[in-house]
Every structure is written in structure tokens, then in C-alpha cells.
Design a protein around this ligand. Sequence first.
Ligand code: FAD
Ligand code: SF4
Ligand code: SF4
Length: 813
Amino acid sequence: MKKKLVVIGAGMASGRALEHLLEADKDAYDITLFNAEPRGNYNRIMLSPVLSGDKTYEEIVTHDANWYEENGVTCRFGEHVVKIDRERKIVVGQNGEVAYDKLLMATGSAPFIIPVPGKDLPGVIAYRDLDDTNTMIEATQKPGAKAVVIGGGLLGLEAAAGLKARGMDVTVLHLMGHLMERQLDEAAGYLLRRALEDKGIEVKCQASTAAILGEDKVEAVLLQDKTTIPADLVVMAVGIRPETRLANDAAIEVERGITVDDAMRTSDPDILAVGECVEHRQQLFGLVAPLYDQAKVVAATLLEEDAVFAPKEVSTKLKVTGCDLFSAGDFAEGEGREDIVFRDPSRGVYKRLVIENNVIVGAVMYGDTADGNWFFGLIKDKTDISDMRDTLIFGPAFQGGEPLDPLQAVAALPDDAEICGCNGVCKSQIVDAVKAGATDLGAVRAQTKASASCGTCTGLVEQLMAVTLGDDFQMPAAQSVCGCTDLTHEDVRRLIKSKELKSQAAVWQELGWNTPNGCHVCRPAVNYYLLADWPVEYQDDPQSRFVNERKHANIQKDGTYSVVPRMWGGMTTPDELRAIADAADKYNVPTVHVTGGQRIDLLGVKGEDLPAIWKDLNDAGMVSGHAYAKGLRTVKTCVGKDHCRFGTQDSTGLGIKLENKLWGSWSPHKVKLAVSGCPRNCAEATCKDIGVVCVDSGYQVGVAGAAGMDVKETERLMDCETEEETIEVATAFMQLYRENAKYLDRPYKWVAKVGLDWVKEQIVENVENRIALVERFELSQSIYQKDPWAELAAPDEAPKFGPLANLTLEAAE
Ligand SMILES: Cc1cc2nc3c(=O)[nH]c(=O)nc-3n(C[C@H](O)[C@H](O)[C@H](O)COP(=O)(O)OP(=O)(O)OC[C@H]3O[C@@H](n4cnc5c(N)ncnc54)[C@H](O)[C@@H]3O)c2cc1C
Ligand code: SF4
Ligand code: SF4
């Protein structure tokens, strides 16, 4: 008599397992196949083309009625198995029992539904099967209907693209900072987002769903930040969980999935499991490739043959037209790992290989994925790539020959080879311009427009000039930001504005960075440029800051910190002094020092005490003095006309007003101010970044002074008649500096580069521009003028301030 095999679940894994089993031995078992869905096996991964209208359901059926009949499979479709009785070796279906000798569990996964209010409203669905797909297609029939897809992973994006292709308004909400973060790095995630947005899909990252709203059907999605997005359909695609309920109830061993050994046997030797419902050596599965390997093994085990399942690397592709991406292996950054990055901003191409011990361990590519499988092969085979390292990123077509000298390569380019993608300038145009006398980059730019837009072809243009001019060519002296790019700080600032780049990922990609995420040199600069230019759109990235700014305190050479509360205009009160003294006692502060900027510095505070001491000082009404920041530090004042017989104006009052206006703003470097009540200049205003000297007729505003490594007197920017005008001019100068200076240039260095005349043009002569600068400064302050101590003194922030292992020279700044 034939043995009885019962299979629970007619999904992709069991379909493949049955094929192997029947091919090997058609008569080994009497097979009964249960499926909760009212249909047999189909190619689930092709539901997305069905949704977008590229395929019909009939086209994706893998096993039809004939196949089951020919193979003698008894189908119980549309019937849930509700129980497994292991003692009696019986499976209980909704319509009756079936006995088994061997049982194969292939129950797949259940979509995870976020437990928010409104999750059960009609119109809220998951994306798992044909019924979900049909519900979505039906929703698109209503004119003007809107869909919200929660989840920016593979499934969510395929759902979004399908719905959009059928004419729906679609918004994707994604909790993380970039799309498909498990498969893609930030750069590729950025390109993917851009491509989806080009299709008209709205994408919101870092969007956390608070509730789904509606009376008796879904009407909108409410986010934690209180935004409401109207929706007629909500698709939740936030993840899957192995479907283990039956196994649990039957007391089969389950961890996150049904645990199986290498032969796909569960803890009960007569029960096997295959597919997404299993957990094998602590690993879960969500793509079909490993499931097909499992299917082979499970068929062999059913036939009592030896077979072992060993998971292999998997690669991911997204089935959305126009979004070509490929990802495989592990692409996390780590010690001992290095990256090879290639970007072509004009074609929207990004490729990154992660290499460890001369072997590729990960690959991410976007826009041109033709070589994906070749790289995937190198990952799987652990091929030593040392010999092809220089040309590796260009793919298999470029391997094997002698590495080409870059100049030779440029010389070998045909005349019509495009050099500047933005402006469509080809090689011969540049060569002609050089031969006609354009011997420096500026002249070539002016005449041909090559390298005048995104600037990423600058290196190529220079190589072409070098080839054409020979020894007469002189490399321009301009210094690039760091090894990650050939662009200068000035280029980067200009391009961030002109190309409206509003995220780090956008900068890396559009400006052709040759590292995945920049380095410790360029990241703080780019972070600053982005927050200065796009205060509303860009979110400050604390990880791109120096340690002092991350810790909101200056690290000292013994690893302790200094704490400086703000004293507005250098004024203080007995109460503040008492609070400072109490804090010094309470936290055993060894040194209390009065600084040159008229503040009190508590030196020697332990890292773990920082949140507590901040809280105590906050409670006494004091905020951070930003003594560690590239931003406004101090406003020093003299006592002015209230007390001094020489005083001409209220220098202290003006200093306090200026500090109130300017504190909290980030700038390219630290900024120090001072206000003296008369030209005797007791507050030393003439060597500050901005210094005001009060005179009988008003206020002389000087800028660009210095008293550090360099000593320099301020230059007179403008004479003002009123305090208001003085504050306006100082604020406009601060903003002009914020918007234009190179990161880590103090104002005196920056003014030397742009010239005081230009600064005057912007602020003194063009009053409209001055007002606009002040408005932009105020907009930025609406976001950044906040006390970091108050934010970080909360008890749950305290652990972040434990002792630091490494000290760094950044302390000096
Ligand atoms: C829209 C979509 C797109 C995808 N795209 C890709 C892709 O591009 N590449 C890729 O590799 N993977 C993709 N996947 C994932 C892939 O489809 C799954 O990995 C695969 O289908 C899992 O196979 P399975 O047999 O384990 O489970 P399933 O195919 O889910 O089959 C499980 C079956 O068991 C049935 N069942 C569960 N419990 C019971 C019960 N108690 N009684 C009776 N029947 C039961 C279910 O109804 C279901 O039909 C995609 C998935 C979806 C939904
Ligand atoms: S700067 Fe002039 S006003 Fe101020 S304290 Fe000195 S002498 Fe007095
Ligand atoms: S950086 Fe130099 S001047 Fe400044 S505190 Fe340190 S030692 Fe003194």
C-alpha cells in the first residue's frame, strides 16, 4: 500500500517540492494537498505584474487542474487545516480529517499588521495573495482614489508602483531613513526614491504611522508628527512572520519559525517543513531561491534519500519598471572593509562593491545592473579579485587586459565622446577650445560650458587639457574637499544650492562622490552646508559632527569635559553664581575658570555627570553656552553708559540683544562678538568676528577681526544709527557667512577671499538683500535655536554620556 503524504499549503515551496518528489518517484505517496486559498499553486512573486496589468492571473499559475489530476494529487483548496493530531497522525481540515504517514508543512508567512488604531477598518489590507491583489485592482477603478502604502521595502514598492501604473495617487510611508534599507545602502536608496518620485509616487521616509482614521472604512492615515494623509486604500507591507500557528498548537518545536534540521525535518521525524514557515539554523527566509533548494532536500528526505540544505547567498531585484537595482551579500561598513564606488550622476548610475580580504562580500548597484550576476558569482565563489581590482567595478568586459593609464585612456577616446553629460560637450569641442587658447579650466568652462554644471567631469576635462597641452598644462591649485571628491568646498556649496541637493545621499550621488557615505573630513562640512542651505528640509545628522558637538561639551586632555553656561552679554546674577557654585561642589568640579569671553568654565566634569549638571544649571535658568560649537560663542561687553563715565551707548544691553538673536545658530566656524561702549574698547571689539564700537553718533560695526593664531583688526562694515539697524547688519553678516563660507574658515579668512567690498554690496548697499538674509537667518533659527542641554538632560539620554575610550585632538577647537 502507498504511504500517505499530506501537504499543508499550496505555495511556491510545496509546489516545487511536489515536482521533485513526483519526478523522482510518482508512486511513492498518495498525496493530499490542502490550501487555505481557494486555488492551487501559482507564482506568487508575479503578483506584482498582475497588479500593474502586465500579466493576468492565468499566466502565473504554475500547476493547473490537469497537473494535479495527472499526478493523482487530491486537492482540498479553499480549506484551512485547523489541527494536527500527532498521536493519531491525522490532519484536521475544515471539511474533515485525513490520515498521514508523512506530513509536509508549507504554510508560508503571515503579513505583519502594525497594531495601530484603525488597522481593522475595511480598506486596510496586506499584500500577500491574489485576493489582496484583486482588492487593490478594484480600488484603482474609483476615479481620483488615493492609496497609502506603509512600508518602503520590496513588497511595498511593488504595490506602490502597480497602483500608480493603474492611475492611483500613491504615497509610500517608510519608517527608516531610506527605502529598502535592508537591501540597499543610502546612495542606492536615494536613487530609487528619485525614480519613484519621477513616476509621481510620493515617498515619505522616517514616517511613523500613529493611526488609521475612518468611520466605517479607511479615510486617512495619521502620522506621529500629526500629518494626515487621505487614503481610500491602505496597503501594509511592513514585513512577514512565519506562519507557525498549527505547529505551535501541535507542540512541534518553534522558535521564530518551525525549526528544521538540515534534512528539513521538524522536531517530529514524521513531520517535515519547507518554505517561509521554517527556521533553519536560526535563519528565516523571505525569497524563493533558498526555498527551491529546500524543496529539493525535502523531496529527497521524503524518499528516504540523504540530502542536506545549506543556504546560499541571495540577491535581490525589484520588479518595478525603470528602477533597476541589484543587491547581494553584506554591504555594511566595517573594519578591514573597503569600498569601490562608481557613480555617473548624469545617467543616475551608482555601483558599490564591498571588499574584505581581497574578496567581494557585498554589491549594491542602481541604474546599470547588467553586471550584477557576474559580481554575484564572484561573491558566491569568494573569488580573489586582487588582479582585477583597478578595473573590477567596470565589470567583466574590462577584465584581462593591461590596466590603462588614465591619460592614455582619455587620448584614446573618439572625438565625439561625450565628456560633459550635463551640457552635452564632446571631446573635440574641448580640444578645439584648448587649441584656440583656452589654457585653464575657467576658460574652457566659459567657452564650452564643459564642467560648468554639476562639475563631476572636471577631472576628465583636466586630463583632456593635459593631453592636449602637454608640458604647458598646469594643474589648477584649487584643493578638493577631501579624497572622496575632486570638487572644492566652493563647488560643493554652489552645487548644493543650484541643484537643490537636500540630503547627504543626494550630494554623494549627484556630485559623484567616490566613497559610499563620505568620510570624517567631508561629512561634517556637507552636513553643515545642507543644514545652512535647507534648514527646513534637511535634518541635522549628529553622526556627522565632531565629538564636541555631538557631546555638547568640550573634551579636555584628561577625557573629562568642560561645561560653560551662557551668560548673556557677559552679565550674571548672584542666583546664577550660586547655582554654578552649587554645581561645582555637587559634581566635584576641580577647576572653575573665568574665560576670556566673560563666561565661567567648569572644567573637569565627568562624562557621565554631564546630563545631571546640565539639568541643575537648566533648573537655575541657564542654557548651554555653546562653548564647543561651530556657532555663536560669546558676546563680550563692557559696562557701557550705565556705569562708565565714558560710555556713549548701552553696550551691555546691545550685547544681550545680539546674543539673544544669534545664539544657537550653526556656522562654518566659531563666531565671537563684542560690544564696547566707547572707542576705549574695553570689550576688545576690534579683534572679534563681529565687533561693535559705540560712539556718540551711533554704532560702528566691524567684521573679520581675529585674535588667535592670527591677530587682525576688524574692518568697518557699516556705521549704524540705531540698535535695531546694528542688530540687522550683524545678523545679515552672520547669515551671509553661514551661506557662503567654506566649512572651518573663520569670518576673517572668508572675507579675505570674497573681499569686504562684496560683503558691503550684499549687506550695506543692497538693503533688500540684507532683509532677505535676516529673514533666512530667522527661518533657520526657528528650527535650530534651542538649548541642547534641555533636550539631552532627560534621564533616558544619560547613558550616551558614559566615559569615552578615545580622546581626540578635536578637543582643541
Ligand atoms: C507580491 C509578492 C512579490 C514577491 N516578489 C518576490 C521576488 O521578486 N523574489 C523572491 O524571491 N520572492 C518574492 N516574494 C516572496 C515569495 O513569494 C515567497 O518567498 C514564497 O512565495 C514563499 O513560498 P512558501 O511556499 O513558503 O509560502 P506561500 O507561497 O505563501 O504559500 C503558503 C500557502 O500556505 C497556505 N496556508 C497557510 N496556512 C494554511 C493552513 N492552515 N491550511 C491550509 N493552507 C494554509 C497559504 O494560504 C498559502 O497559499 C514575493 C512575495 C509577494 C507576496
Ligand atoms: S569701552 Fe568705553 S564705555 Fe566701555 S567700559 Fe571701556 S571706557 Fe567705558
Ligand atoms: S587652545 Fe591654546 S589658548 Fe586655547 S585653551 Fe587651549 S592652550 Fe589655551
